[in-house]
Design a protein around this ligand. Sequence first.
Ligand code: SF4
Length: 350
Amino acid sequence: MKKVIMVKKRLANGEPCKKCGQVEEMLKRRGLWDQIDEVLWADETDPESPGMLLAKKHDVELAPFFLVEEGGETTVVTQAVVLAKKHLAAPQDRSRATRPAKATQPEAPKEPVAGPIGQDSIEAGAIELAGAGPLTIMTWMLERFGARCAIAFSGAEDVALIELAAQTGKQFSVFCLDTGRLHPQTYRFIEKVRQHYGVTVQMMFPQAPAVEDLVRRKGLMSFYDDGHQECCGVRKVEPLRRALNSFDAWITGQRRDQSPTRADVPELVWDTSHRAEGMAKANPLAGWSQQKVWGFIRNNDIPYNELHDQGFISIGCEPCTRAVRPGEHERAGRWWWEEATQRECGLHKG
Ligand code: SF4
């Protein structure tokens, strides 16, 4: 007999955690909510509340999380998509199990891939693709969106995404944020990729008046004094939003092993960070390690940024990127003067 417990968080101000509510909504939309047997609250102000005690017992710091009890064993699950895929039965499977099958009934036609792809389809896809390999995820996306799907190429090891897209033989688009502060090696590499794959790389530049205003007020290196968010906002986030307005879906090279800020990156998600109406966002490399990405690059003889041979791992703007020492984490080379939990540029708000 299986029992599934959901632990939700109640904030210190008495409000329920927003993410917990969104996960509950998603499970309800997918017809999976009736398989949650019990909901327990982790009250931020009460360390003795049932949810807080379970979080402590299982050493979990995320909310919501789930406990699946079966056969005397308890499994802790911190991602709803993993819960849905591995531990819950799809609604159609349950209805099949309770209704006798008609021997002569033809198989239901598969859902057509054409047509609008909204939040529900993406959330169903997120369950289907949780734990899937990069090529499967890339194919899934390009079959549905084709050239309306853009790879956000940074000029670093995410070149693996372009190789994967090329391997599918399907249409896709590529854009790159040119902040005006990239290394010369990165510009050369972007050009090499353009020629190698025969793809158009749409370069997105920041708005000149906004850059001029920032530099006039604060100079060229203000990020060392008051953090990188303002400069990244002008040089990266605004151009990204403009780029995404031309597409229905985007693909990034984020991986869960890259940093503490990316530990929960899903393979596919409905992203409302940059467009209020939302759009699909896929992270085909989410489950790959750095070593696996490099194995793929080498095995497929993919061109790479020459900075990687000089000790650079994660590559961004020249003033904000440095080589890392052996054994140092790859994100240690980005915005190294700031807290590890702050080392995101605003492109991947969760
Ligand atoms: S990475 Fe540095 S130079 Fe580049 S946009 Fe951000 S703060 Fe500015």
